[in-house]
Design a protein around this ligand. Sequence first.
Ligand code: AGP
Length: 618
Amino acid sequence: MCGITAYIGPRNAYPIVINGLKRLEYRGYDSAGIMLFDGQGLQLSKTKGKVSDLEEITNNDEKRKNGNIGIGHTRWATHGVPNDTNSHPHVSNSGELVIVHNGIIENYDTIKKELIKRGYTFKSDTDTEVLVNLIQEVKKNEGCKLGKAVQLALNSVIGAYAIAVFDKAKPDELIVARLGSPIAIGIGENNSEFFIASDASPFVEYTKNAVYLEDEELAIIKLGREVRVRRIHNDELIKASVQKLQLSLEEIEKGGYDHFMLKEIHEQPKAITDTFRGRLLVEQNFIKLLGIDSYREKFLNANRVIIVACGTSWHAGLVGEYLLEDMARIPVEVEYASEFRYRNPVITENDVIIAISQSGETADTLAAIKLAKERGAFVYGICNVVGSSIARETHTGTYTHAGPEIGVASTKAFTTQITVLTLMALKLGREKGTIPEKEFVKYLNAMDRIPQQVEKLLEIDEHVKYIASVYKDATNCLYLGRGFNFPVALEGALKLKEISYIHAEGYPAAEMKHGPIALIDENMPTFVIATKHGHYEKVVSNIQEIKSRSGKIIAIVTEGDITVKEIADHCIEIPETEEALTPLLTTIPLQLLSYHIAVMLGKNVDQPRNLAKSVTVE
Ligand code: AGP
């Protein structure tokens, strides 16, 4: 939560920091701020609202845009409501130190009381203003340099942080540090300039060289000198490892689409192909997953698999449960990471934990991984963001390679996570002998066809748009599915909720008669996944039960279906595939539907209210 970015070097910092904040807005967007230093004084501009609101304040005031050093912040409120005062950056009482912070200082109240006793005053309700004053107090008392003061102050705080700190008295230097929240440092030629950000997207057009801080690390960034990294708690000097960025500018721009979400929905054929690349080897009848190949015995001897994740990734985990149990005959449990981490779960050395996360930064998932490792389990990660905290914290894993997902509502992350889980289930099923050779070959060929089928499915956009126009004013919606498509029903409901703010519930179709059927009337649309597989007849009966109570049915059916078409109010056809692979197709129309409803209702699709792309706080 919250995006931070900073620049120090020969260029004007304003456009770099403002554009950087726009790229980081997916992390939080309830307030924004920027501090510039022009060699004379600090120019601080901040406001409740988006980066565009911040621009309105600064646009007609050249003074606010001057300076070669700038630090900026886009906020997702934790301590203190979103307002101008609580927005970052925060300045210390002396007016010398400036900070931006992503994370939470849990013991801020105790520290604040102590600082108040020592004469400090506070303008905001934030934990961040406490931290910058603590740094000032340490610096004054110890008579040390800024880097040391930040390190000592951080040793006395409890919580999570990614921070950037500037001292007016040292205008060629910035101090950054991380614990639990990400930070990347972009390095200009010969250390002539530096870029700091929560991820590399703000500086991708300026440099391809970056250092990613690890937890517990602090970096002193000084113009003309190599970045110096130290371990916060023991002062150990660490060799900063400079990585080459793979990210390109096109990947993080909208590319002609109205919204990132729409772009990302349409990117799914390519994203799934990228997930397959080098792994789905149809000609060789083989699935290559290095993560599994290197830890084969762990998987083959596993008593059970426990999948931990949150939100959409948790839904992908549920699909994984169906896949792994069906194909590889391994018992699977799927846990909300937020529950797992605190409920003292039974974990043994023979358990394989699979952690799923698009961002790789979700605090609850990260904590669940740490707990599982402490208790001796082997942890496998399925992440999208390369080099993210979860990717680093797990023993091994598989990247989805979906490319940057910027829309807050997950789309291509979900389908590529399911793609990885399907590859894993098939591979393990083959190795364990629970999938016969003929079946395996059939699956490989069916998998291979998925990207083209998704491509074809995306052509139904206008039809889905029409359905969206019919149901956009509904206040409640029900989503039903069975088997592999039960989690898709949950995901369909989540997509609608999060971007259109319409209440929606996902249910296993057969559970409807145990309660939700009471909700059915002529105003209640039910979206039913009724592909022609295993439970088809049973789902058709559920549809009839809804129709006989005047409910409206929008059904997702297999191409050529006649039965459901006769009963449902609207049908959306998906191409024929194996039952276990249908989630990769049935998901697509539900994503489009939510998208169009949200657009028709005038909602902010890419930045829905109260949400943030990566939830790095509890
Ligand atoms: C998805 O649309 C949501 N915005 C959210 O549920 C998300 O999936 C969840 O926060 C987990 O994020 P992660 O995959 O980055 O860990």
